[in-house]
Design a protein around this ligand. Sequence first.
Ligand code: FAD
Length: 550
Amino acid sequence: MNNKIIIVGGVAAGASTAARLRRLDETAEIIMLERGEDISFASCGLPYYVGGVIPKRQSLLVQTPQAMSKRFNIDIRTLSSVQRIIPEEKKIEVKNLVTGDIYSESYDYLVLCPGGTPVIPEITGINKTNVFTVRNIPDSDTIRQYIEQEEVQSALIVGGGFIGLEMAEMLQERDIEVNLVEAGPQVLAALDPEMAAMIHNYLKDEDINLIRNDKPVAFEGEQNVEQVILASGTKISVDLVIIGIGVRPEAWLAKEAGLNMGSTGGILVDEYLQTSDPSIYAAGDAIQIKDFQTGADTLVPLAGPANRQGWIVANNITGRRIKYSGSQGTGIVKVMGMTAAFTGKNEKQLLKLGWDYRACHVHPASHATYYPGAKQMTIKLLFTPEEGKMLGAQIVGYEGVDKRIDILAAAIRTGLTVFDLQEMELAYAPPYSSAKDPVNMVAYAAANIVNKDVEVVYWSEVADRVAKGAFLIDVRTPMETKQGMVDGAHNIPVDDIRDRIDEIPQDREILLYCLVGLRSYIANRILRQRGFNTKNISGGYKLYSAIKNQ
Ligand code: FAD
């Protein structure tokens, strides 16, 4: 008998499940129910539509119900909200949001893809009319309309994650003065603090009023928010508020049906994405998944995993047994002219896990510097100290960040070491890369650490080491040091080191830095081979000034 499969939610995971199901089974009856008026829309493009970078609403519609229905022979019902699951009868109750009618549908398999819902903090005045979240196209239409009709001059964005940063750029694009308040010490929690520092400095340079370690406690005004009061007492006049502090799984439907829930609040599924009821599968932002590296329970509300999970569910329903191997949390975000990207574990997570690791920072150019337009990026690599196995990577820069993070993400997924990355043969011509690609370069730096050719220390520990007697050397040229030096440092340029060796104490720890870490590495090698106890400061003065100036 033909299977009847009902899918709840018609965007990333839902539409992906539906299309794959049809490609695998021409005979199944497939019904896709979507509460909203659109299916398969580009959530990730919503901020750009608000900002006008994507001018046409139409461009956000990856598929329309008519087109998808025709191509895949799927019964697509929009404005249809699933209100109840009755697992023992294998039935659901659906409300037609146009007529208000409630009807029931039976299923052989049910697939839950209801996504995530924006987290709304409890703040006095949060329900005022000019406080918005960005989840779907109607939300974006409303924000666009509000901006245009009310001639919005000033906005507050709450939350420095992806959506907050993208909205900051887009509102500024519309000549709106942007205040961005982040409760934590840094934006983009997936980055380590020194990497986030570069974004903080950039946002300041771009006239975004970034306020960290603070949060709104009251939205004041009549119908609209006119003034925001922050916990610190700061008051900001605004015409518009965007809340972007994350999403939580929209799991109520599953919960009310008695399906097992995960500890993170997501729907509990096994490795085949089957819930505690064998006839019900689930995929996307609503489910709890496993961390690819640790196996721990986690939530990763991103489009790549949602699409993959939808595809896997369809395979499993049609009898191909495929496991979901977990997510490593690879992400990328455009922050105006900058790009920040990450994959795998960051240092904060490794510390919490208690894993032994080493880190290194390099600042390579996006392509050969003699070819016009090269831009510097900062790469941080985290790896195991003995084998150099890749644990995580973060990149902040301008051009070429995207392709490097993808190589590093693939390296983590396939269990590569920094030695494998040294050897990786990557495409090169001057407009695109260097003969030693940034990925090769960071791998060489990391391999030097694993091979114990150099020891590294991090800026967070330098002051303490100097207080305990370490001798700090700045190996840049005297001209460069005019722009600033670290307190207590002695300037001995790398090219003078051999001649001025007598100035360097044999019996003390020697810490070296230059601008980016390359010349200080050379100085390290010179001194180490002469018996000095040297350490290179990872990331050099460039990283030091980013941290200091934020
Ligand atoms: P969704 O896409 O949220 O779809 C779930 C659908 O289910 C919704 O349309 C909802 O109406 C419907 N639904 C819920 N309950 C019911 C019900 N009871 N009955 C009927 N229908 C129901 N990810 C990235 O990887 N990169 C990005 O750059 C990125 N940018 C983003 C920007 C924004 C503004 C947003 C909001 C998200 C962004 N994401 C990004 C996240 C990405 O969009 C999500 O991870 C992905 O859409 C999740 O897919 P999903 O199918 O699980 O849920």
